[in-house]
Design a protein around this ligand. Structure first.
Ligand code: CO8
Length: 261
């Protein structure tokens, strides 16, 4: 499938979605949100893809937020539909069975921080900036920022960011736990690819089980969350990978974890 606002590249089991509106700093208008939904769906159906990278075109922005020009024309009902459409994309990214890395190469503001937070983890360039500046536009985050940000960095920092609308640097974002690693801009993609290749060599079934156990268990009480882990753990044994991985260790050889299921 080809897209107007995205580039989708698939190579050696690694898919890269690049939001491609550099003149508007890759802002998310309804077309981008719709195409992101289609691209994520396509990736979920392609069993050759083992890792997804999400990034932005150009050297200035990852995604500078939802498209302000588009939002300025919206009725409350259209705003509601747009907000839900964005949420569906975030949930679809979280529900993908494969790991998703956000490669934040520049401004990640509003919807940019929000979409990065729905990836499994974030690597950022030293010149990236994060923020939820919606308050300065007379609105609030509408793609999950009021919910995912406190879950990631704690309520105090999330409130400071959402209520002041101030940006933070990549280094500050790392200190808060929003970003895992920060790299010079010129090495960011190489480092992201290095980790993507590492992940692509793991077993699909156990990656899926681990991701689902963490995502689903995060919002429930510990006993029920651990029950989810027990089930996910047991499901791993339905994949040939478990037999292969455990046996390979005992036989002192490298496992071939391509058994799927
Ligand atoms: N939407 C539309 N266009 C944008 C956006 C945006 N979010 N951000 C930048 N652009 C455009 C600019 O208008 C400009 O276009 P043009 O060249 O035609 O004038 C071009 O990109 C370059 O931008 P600047 O000239 O402003 O570049 P600067 O280097 O001076 O500044 C900034 C860079 C600081 C990133 C600045 O562009 C900025 O502040 N952008 C807006 C950031 C923002 O407020 N983002 C939050 C948007 S709200 C949101 O994300 C809500 C999400 C939930 C939606 C729920 C649905 C209802």
């Amino acid at each position: 499938m080809t897209f107007n606002t995205l580039l989708l590249d698939i190579k050696d089991g690694i898919a890269t979605i690049t939001v491609n509106r550099p003149k508007a700093l890759n802002a998310l208008n309804p077309e981008v949100v719709g195409e992101l939904g289609q691209a994520v769906q396509e990736i979920s159906e392609n069993k050759e893809v083992r890792v997804l990278i999400l990034t932005g075109a150009g050297d200035k922005a990852f995604v500078a937020g939802a498209d302000i020009a588009a939002m300025s024309q919206m009725t409350p009902l259209q705003a509601k539909h747009f907000s839900w459409a964005g949420h569906e994309v975030m949930f679809a990214l979280e529900a993908l069975e494969i790991p998703v890395i956000a490669a934040v190469n520049g401004f990640a503001l509003g919807g940019g921080t929000e979409i990065a937070m729905s990836c499994d983890f974030i690597y950022a360039s030293e010149k990236a900036k994060f923020g939820q500046p919606e308050i300065n536009l007379g609105i609030i985050p509408g793609f999950g920022g009021t919910q995912r940000l406190p879950r990631l960095v704690g309520k105090g920092w999330a409130k400071e960011m959402v209520l002041t609308g101030e940006m933070i640097s990549a280094q500050q974002a790392k200190e808060l736990g929003l970003v895992n690693k920060v790299f010079p801009p010129e090495t960011l993609m190489d480092e992201v690819l290095k980790t993507a290749k590492l992940l692509a060599a793991k077993g699909r079934a156990s990656l899926r089980a681990a991701k689902q156990a963490m995502n689903r268990g995060f919002d429930v009480d510990l006993r029920n969350a651990c029950a989810m882990e027990v089930d996910a753990f047991a499901v791993c044994f339905t994949s040939p990978d478990a037999k292969e991985g455990l046996t390979a260790f005992l036989e002192k050889r490298k496992p071939d974890l391509s058994g799927e299921i």
